[in-house]
Write a protein that binds this ligand. Structure first.
Ligand code: ZN
Length: 103
């Protein structure tokens, strides 16, 4: 179970979401990477886990049009491309941060 972030900041001119965790660590997640890692059923086959989203079709200038909390366990993001079914749990964000760190 991932901890609840202590701070979230959408930095549009850098195209990333900055997440601060209770242990003091701060991660920077590029918007385009996050959109490509969307865990929703229209982006990932829920039975096979295979990604059905074509990441090559994500616009380079994608940004979150709206970010809201889904309870205390996740973020719901509506993207500038109109996609709004993605719920990013803290676990998802932790995992995406690891992918971002390896880029
Ligand atoms: Zn999705």
């Amino acid at each position: 179970m991932a901890p609840i972030p202590t701070n979230l900041r959408s930095i549009r001119d850098k195209h990333l979401l900055e997440i601060s965790w209770p242990n003091g660590q701060t991660d920077q997640l590029p918007f385009k990477l996050m959109r490509g890692e969307c865990p929703c059923a229209s982006c990932v086959n829920e039975f096979t886990g295979v990604r059905t989203l074509d990441v090559a079709r994500i616009p380079d200038d994608i940004i979150p049009a709206e970010i809201s909390f889904a309870g205390n366990y996740a973020l719901r993001i509506r993207w500038s491309d109109g996609h709004d079914t993605g719920i990013f749990t803290w676990e998802n964000l932790e995992r995406i941060a690891k992918v971002a760190a390896e880029l």
